[in-house]
Design a protein around this ligand. Structure first.
Ligand code: F2R
Ligand code: MG
Ligand code: MG
Ligand code: MG
Length: 352
């Protein structure tokens, strides 16, 4: 059903934008119960009757997502030189979008070397360790959509697009996991009851191969995402509406700028929001997921955005309030981008 996929493409891309714009005012906060109430009220207001207010600005998360989508659409392929150029151009046009402090060095070196080796600057980050930030994961949605029907390409493309800025295994595998979660969501009908444990089990199986122990390390240590996914399962089984365990979620899954302590959190927020959550008053499961993600504090724009990308891919665009979208910067541009990506992706031979 192509029209369902089209709505899911829009849902995912607009989900990125929604979580980013709504989450960024709270970035790096620890939300008290008072600020969680402020969050509830501000969502209520945005969702309510239209009112005049300054639009909420997007940050690096959406800016880089846009570059990646534009490059895939234009090149009908993943072209790393073109992508690097688009990232750099977008950064120098709008450097105030709240980029990570490390990644800026990559942009400077890429430009300074005239893109002679687009993989080299990222390799030199953090004394050769590479970045383990969530920057490669936060922008990966367009790859998941571009490869929506082809798992091997999705894995390969999610990795390759990371390597322009993130080479640390944690940074790369976080992007792969986020892409896989979006792809799984695309392929489940939103009217079907989602079995949250099956959803995680499928991720565990896939990440087991992604995180194969290549260096002869202890298998548990060498598969950190798999461990976090198993924790998600435990938390989902433990938590009931009456027993919110936010502190436990933050402590165990995390809410920071590293891939490992943000991507699994976003997946958890999407899955947990299938059921009501105490303190979050809405019947809309997309809003519940994004609001819950932001309420956990820390890297709120990014965890909100990644949660939105997964939830939007599951429910489709109709779950995102048009009133809210009106308050978000460039939301029609992002919708058009999703449509263009849909046109290109559905014509790729390997998706058919
Ligand atoms: N950077 C932010 N928010 C804080 C500042 C924004 C504010 N508005 C301002 O401008 O002052 N948000 C954005 O950054 C995150 C994505 O970051 P990305 O793209 O992964 O960048 P980077 O620099 O590669 O990594 C982020 C930080 O992680 C630490 N780090 C990463 N790898 C490391 C390593 N191997 N060793 C030690 N530290 C490492 C560093 O502190 C990096 O700067 C998103 O939240 C996005 O919204
Ligand atoms: Mg940001
Ligand atoms: Mg930084
Ligand atoms: Mg962030």
């Amino acid at each position: 059903d192509l029209s369902l996929f089209r709505r899911k493409f829009r849902g995912s891309i607009l989900g990125v934008l929604t979580g980013d714009c709504l989450g960024s005012p709270y970035e790096n906060e620890k939300l008290s119960s008072g600020s969680k109430l402020v969050l509830q009220k501000s969502f209520d207001k945005l969702e309510g009757p239209p009112f005049k207010a300054p639009v909420m600005q997007f940050t690096d998360d959406s800016a880089m997502t846009m570059s990646l989508a534009e490059s895939l659409i234009e090149k009908k392929d993943l072209d790393l030189v073109d992508l690097a150029k688009k990232f750099v151009k977008s950064y120098y046009q709008e450097p105030q979008r709240g980029y990570g402090s490390g990644v800026v060095t990559v942009f400077q070196k890429l430009r300074g070397s005239k893109f002679s080796d687009v993989l080299l600057p990222a390799k030199e980050q953090f004394h050769g360790q590479g970045s383990f930030g969530n920057g490669a994961a936060m922008r990966v949605a367009p790859v998941a959509l571009f490869c929506y029907n082809h798992y091997d390409n999705l894995r390969e493309f999610a990795k390759k697009q990371s390597l322009i800025t993130h080479t640390h295994k944690i940074g790369v595998d976080g992007a792969i996991l986020q892409a896989i979660a979006i792809q799984q969501s695309i392929h489940i009908h939103p009217d079907d009851q989602l079995n949250v444990i099956d959803f995680v089990d499928e991720l565990v199986n896939k990440m087991n191969f992604v995180e194969e122990d290549e260096e002869g390390l202890d298998l548990v240590e060498a598969q950190p995402y798999k461990s976090q996914l198993n924790l998600i399962k435990k938390l989902l089984q433990e938590e009931g509406e009456e027993n919110p365990i936010d502190d436990k979620v933050i402590k165990n899954l995390g809410n920071d700028i590293s891939g490992l302590r943000s991507v699994p959190t976003a997946i958890f927020c999407f899955l947990r929001a299938q059921k009501p959550i105490k303190g979050i008053k809405t019947d809309n499961p997309f809003r519940r997921a994004v609001q819950y993600a932001i309420s956990l504090g820390g890297d709120t724009d990014t965890i909100g955005s990644m949660t939105g990308a997964i939830a939007g891919a599951f429910y489709g665009e109709e779950v995102i309030s048009p009133n809210i979208l009106q308050h978000l910067e460039a939301s029609t541009d992002f919708k058009d981008l999703a449509d263009d990506l849909f046109q290109v992706a559905t014509k790729m031979e390997w998706n058919s």
